[in-house]
Design a binder for this molecule. Structure first.
Ligand code: ADP
Ligand code: MG
Length: 629
């Protein structure tokens, strides 16, 4: 084929691929234009997650009628005039390609009126073909309507997800801008319903409350520091608030939301020792620096930037946070506040607010008592045990009982009743209260509170207690689920969980899969979802915490996950959460129980993550090592 120059239309379509990925990208670009135009009020309205319509209206400077075609032309901008400007960018846009790109892949209507003009003007473009500029009546400011995004690029349209998911991304884009620019009055509507209305006088904590709920907003720690012209200011969340993913780390650079691995790493470092592994801190931090200290022209959507001295910035962020943390006692959080809030919501604070680790320890201690109860031993079969357990869930949530069933492969007494009922402790106290002398000891030795050393006919096995328990629970959950629907405990008082917009959308999109593992959720408006039902076998867990954890898995995959894979992922998460941890002391009975169950599962040798659960040294090997042979 001969070499030909591409038509401008094709060039724009290609450019659109870089900048415009989905409705959310359109919302981001249009809102940024409004901000650059000095708007104090921005209204965003979308239909069908933005697939049908996206409308952004502002009260900014407006565009002159004769410049409307230019606004839609590629590489046309009012924000740069000379090359040097590129190295001191003070506006959000500067590449002059957003409107052209959007116009290339949609039907776009641009209406605008400058403050001093008597009337407005509008121009329409379809698939990049511009119409005539026509006069129109409109208030001062600019309004852009984008209909049927990607109508002429079917492949891209096919890649879009369900409207609810796309709307989640739209709200996320909206959230970023609303958080980056306090004083901006902005509203978001979806299918004519108001989703967010952020008043102009709302400061950052008030904005966080609008988007993520009061509970988080009440747990923010203000941060501030300046060094050689670089200012870091904003809020980080108390360690009691964390997530299983790092998407709640909002970083803004000169008013622009950015992602920066190094800074996120610094954030993680600052929280080292304050969070459990696998948990990420929450932050809303603005960096202000002279524009020439950073290159924002390295990424088409400008989400990533290049700092002139990223090492110094890293140390500055880490130093600022560390100093801040030293000056406040992080152990005595607003835990009291949250407990009070929980109590006022009619929930038992102990179960909801004890950190999970502690709950597990409680459970581990309490489980012996639960086993020894005549009711649990007398249960003849699975169904009966399940029913009894459901009935008892209300108390289990308060920490009194134990959702023991899930921790045992077979609810009949056989596997764990190697000792007779008479030998069982009568006192319903935790294992620690029991005198060990006189009762039978465990058949394994626990070392370093994490490994079990067991003698076998072959030799000796060293078992990773967490990995083994995780494997057992995983198998058990999987069998439960393949055997039929998981038993769901209806919550008397549904629990409202505040999520980020994208999280809420993901949860609602995967409602059916969640229901299959026993978690029932309903939309509750905004980005809050209601948990109305909970897996009965996990009654000891905090609904909110469980959901927040699973959400991480739901949004981790970018393409639509297969329900089966998702289910499997969720089971892994559940098993890992529920399993005893490394570092947790086990009673002899608990050790015995664990070892008993080990013989009942298909593949006890690997935990669901694929790590080995045990190492075996044969007697021959030992003999050889000790030079006995
Ligand atoms: P960029 O923002 O990079 O300049 P765009 O394609 O997004 O490129 O916009 C092109 C031009 O159209 C802008 O430079 C600006 O002059 C004008 N424009 C776009 N949106 C608005 C708006 N909401 N209000 C005023 N002017 C606007
Ligand atoms: Mg722009």
């Amino acid at each position: 084929m001969p070499i030909r120059r591409l038509s401008q239309q094709l060039i724009n379509k290609i450019a659109a691929g870089e900048v415009i990925e989905r409705p959310a990208s359109v919302v981001k670009e249009l809102m940024e234009n409004s901000v650059d135009a000095g708007a104090t009020r921005i209204e965003v309205s979308v239909a069908q997650g933005g697939l049908e319509l996206i409308r952004v209206s502002d009260d900014g400077s407006g565009i002159a009628a004769d410049e409307l075609p230019l606004a839609l032309a590629s590489h046309a901008t009012s924000k740069l005039s000379e090359a040097d400007d590129l190295f001191r960018i003070a506006t959000l846009g500067f590449r002059g390609e957003a409107l052209a790109s959007i116009a290339a892949v949609s039907r776009l209507v641009l209406r605008s009126r400058r403050r001093d003009d008597v009337a407005g003007a509008e121009i329409e473009a379809e698939g990049g073909r511009l119409g005539e500029v026509m006069p129109c009546g409109c208030p001062p400011g600019t309004q852009v309507e984008v209909h049927r995004l990607f109508f002429n690029t079917p492949v891209r349209r096919k890649f879009l997800r369900a409207p609810s998911t796309e709307f989640g991304h739209v709200s996320e884009a909206f959230t970023r801008i609303a958080l980056a620019l306090p004083r901006l009055h902005c509203t978001l509507r979806h299918n004519d319903r108001e989703v967010f209305d952020v008043p102009p006088d709302a400061d950052l904590p008030a904005r966080v409350a609008v988007f993520f709920g009061r509970e988080l907003a009440d747990q923010l720690i203000p941060v501030e520091g300046e060094h050689e012209g670089v200012r870091i200011a904003g809020y980080v969340a108390h360690p009691s608030q964390s997530r299983s993913h790092n998407r709640m780390q909002y970083l803004f650079l000169n008013g622009r939301a950015i992602r920066d691995r190094a800074l996120q790493h610094a954030l993680g470092e600052a929280y080292r020792g304050l969070l459990m592994t696998g948990r990420y801190p929450i932050a809303f931090l603005s960096l202000t620096m002279p524009p020439e200290l950073v290159d924002v022209n390295v990424h088409p959507t400008k989400m990533e930037v290049r700092f002139q001295d990223s090492g110094r910035l890293y140390s500055q962020l880490l130093g600022t946070l560390r100093t801040r943390f030293l000056s406040c006692d992080l152990r005595t959080s607003g835990a009291a506040d949250t407990a009070a809030a929980a109590a006022s919501a009619g929930r038992p604070p102990a179960a909801d607010d004890t950190p999970l680790r502690e709950q597990l320890a409680q459970w581990a201690k309490g489980r012996l008592a639960a086993w020894s109860g005549p009711a649990s031993f007398g249960q003849p079969g699975g169904a009966g045990a399940g029913a009894a357990q459901t009935a008892g869930t209300a108390t289990a949530a308060a920490g009194a009982g134990s959702p023991l069933d899930v921790f045992r492969l077979d609810p009949t007494p056989a596997p764990c009743s190697r000792w007779g009922a008479d030998d069982l402790p009568e006192h319903p106290l935790g294992a620690e209260a029991l005198p060990r002398a006189g009762t039978r000891g465990a058949s394994a030795l626990q070392i370093h509170n994490r490994y079990l050393v067991v003698e076998s006919s072959e030799g000796v096995a060293i078992i990773d207690q967490h990995a083994l328990h995780e494997r057992i629970l995983y198998e058990q959950l999987r069998r439960r689920i393949s055997a039929g629907p998981v038993e769901i405990q209806q919550l008397l008082v549904p629990e409202a969980v505040d999520l980020s917009p994208a999280e809420a959308a993901a949860v609602l999109e995967h409602r059916e899969v969640l229901a299959r593992i026993g978690l029932r959720v309903e939309p509750f408006g905004g980005s809050t979802v209601l948990v109305t039902g909970f897996p009965a076998m996990l009654a000891n867990f905090n609904a909110k915490e469980l959901l927040c954890d699973l959400v991480g898995r739901l949004i981790a995959s970018d393409s639509a996950p297969q329900p089966r894979d998702l289910l499997d992922d969720l089971l892994h998460t559940l098993a890992c959460k529920a399993a005893v941890k490394a570092g947790q002391r086990l009673s002899p009975e608990e050790i015995d129980e664990l070892l008993q169950q080990r013989t009942l599962i298909d593949d006890a040798h690997h935990c669901p993550h694929g790590r080995p659960t045990e190492l075996v040294f044969t007697r021959e090997e030992l003999d050889r090592q000790f030079r006995r042979t």
